[in-house]
Ligand binder design. Structure first.
Ligand SMILES: [Zn+2]
Length: 338
C-alpha cells in the first residue's frame, strides 16, 4: 500500500509498504481522508518523529477488515480514527503516568502506521462511528475539533460571555465555533485575508486585522472598555500570548491552545497585577470527540468553512505542503485524499 514514510528532518518518502493485518481485537481501516495537523508539521520541522514512522492522526475511512474476536464493527462501517474510550488497563500514559510529558515522550512512543497511508490498524475500541450526513472531509477534522471543544470545556466560559480568539487557522476557527456553540460572542484577531473571511463566515461578531489595528485596544473597545471574558491564544506567536493577557478583562481567563515550541517573552507582573487566570489545554478526550461529532452533525460546527479550493491534496503532494506549512501561512485546513 502507499504511505508517506517520515524519513528524516523535513523529509517524507512516499512509497509502498506492506499493508498491515488486523490482529485479535483489531480492525483494519481504509483511510479515505487524512487531515494535516500542526503537531505533525512541528514533528517534521523539529525532527521529533522516529525515522520510518507514518504520521497522521486525523482521519476518516471505512472498516476494511476485522481481526479475530471483533464483533462491534463490520466491513464498510464509516469511522473516524480515534475518540473511543480506552478499556480499563489500556489508559493512555497521560492518565497512567504521573510525569508523562507529550512534548518529550509522545512522538517516539507511537510508531504504528497512522493516517498518512492507505490503510491503518486500530484496536476495535479506538474508532468512533461517523454520524450520517457528516462527509469524510468533515469527519477527518474530528480530532482538531476535539482539541477546540476540549479548550472551551477547560475554560471558564459562561453563556453570554464575550471571547477573544488570536489566530484563525484551523484550530482558531474551530475554537471560535465551539465557543459560539457554548453561547459566547466571538472577536477574532487574524491578519491573513482568507482566514479572516473564514472567521466572519463562522459567525465572529468582529474580526480585527492586527497589522492594521492594535488588537488589544480594539478588543477592549468592542467590549465596552472591559476586555473579553476569556481569550484563547490559537496562534502561539511571539506576541500573541502577551496580547491575550493584555486584552482579557480583569480577573478574566487566558487559555493557551496553540503550542509554542520556543520560549516566549512575557511580563508576569503585567497580568498578575490584574489577577488573570491562565490555563493551558492539550489535545482532546473521548468525550470531546463525541461532542465534536455531534456539533459537526448538527451544523453548529462547519468544517467546510475551514476548506478552500487548495485544501484537498494527494499523498504525493505531502512533502511540498509540509514545507509550505513550516512558515507562517494563509492556508486553511489541508486534507489529503487517499
Ligand atoms: Zn491533530
Amino acid at each position: 500500500m502507499k504511505a508517506a514514510l517520515y524519513r528524516s528532518k523535513q523529509l517524507f518518502e512516499v512509497t509502498d509498504i506492506p499493508k498491515p493485518e488486523p490482529g485479535a481485537g483489531q480492525v483494519l481501516i481504509k483511510v479515505n481522508r487524512s487531515a494535516v495537523c500542526g503537531t505533525d508539521v512541528h514533528a517534521f520541522m523539529y525532527d521529533l518523529a522516529p525515522s520510518g514512522s507514518v504520521l497522521g492522526h486525523e482521519f476518516a475511512g471505512v472498516i476494511s477488515a476485522v481481526g479475530p474476536g471483533v464483533t462491534r464493527w463490520k466491513e464498510d462501517d464509516r469511522v473516524v480514527g480515534g475518540g473511543g474510550k480506552w478499556p480499563v488497563g489500556e489508559e493512555p500514559p497521560t492518565k497512567s503516568h504521573p510525569r508523562y510529558n507529550y512534548r518529550t515522550m509522545g512522538f517516539s512512543a507511537n510508531t504504528r502506521t497512522r493516517g498518512y497511508a492507505e490503510y491503518t490498524v486500530l484496536d476495535d475500541w479506538a474508532p468512533l462511528p461517523i454520524p450520517d450526513g457528516v462527509p469524510d472531509e468533515a469527519a477527518a477534522l474530528t480530532e482538531p475539533c476535539s482539541v477546540a471543544v476540549h479548550a472551551v470545556r477547560r475554560s471558564s466560559l459562561r453563556l453570554g460571555d464575550t471571547v477573544g480568539v488570536f489566530g484563525a487557522g484551523p484550530i482558531g476557527l474551530l475554537v471560535a465555533q465551539a465557543a459560539r456553540a457554548a453561547g459566547a460572542q466571538v472577536i477574532v484577531s487574524e491578519p491573513a485575508p482568507g482566514r479572516s473571511d473564514a472567521a466572519m463566515a463562522v459567525g465572529a461578531m468582529a474580526v480585527i486585522d492586527p497589522f492594521e489595528q492594535d488588537p488589544v485596544e480594539r478588543m477592549v473597545e468592542l467590549t465596552n472598555g472591559n476586555g473579553p471574558d476569556v481569550v484563547f491564544d490559537c496562534a502561539g506567536l511571539k506576541n500573541t500570548l502577551q496580547q491575550a493577557f493584555d486584552a482579557v478583562r480583569r480577573a478574566g481567563q487566558v487559555v493557551l491552545v496553540a503550542v509554542p515550541w520556543e520560549p516566549l517573552p512575557l511580563l508576569p507582573a503585567e497580568w498578575m497585577a490584574r489577577e488573570i487566570d491562565f490555563r493551558s489545554s492539550w489535545g482532546g478526550l473521548p468525550e470531546d470527540w463525541k461532542i465534536s461529532l455531534n456539533l459537526l452533525a448538527n451544523g453548529k460546527i462547519s468544517a467546510s468553512a475551514l476548506m478552500s479550493d487548495t485544501s484537498i491534496i494527494t499523498l504525493d503532494e505531502i512533502q511540498e505542503h509540509f514545507e509550505a506549512l513550516m512558515s507562517p501561512t494563509t492556508q486553511l485546513q489541508t486534507v489529503i485524499r487517499m
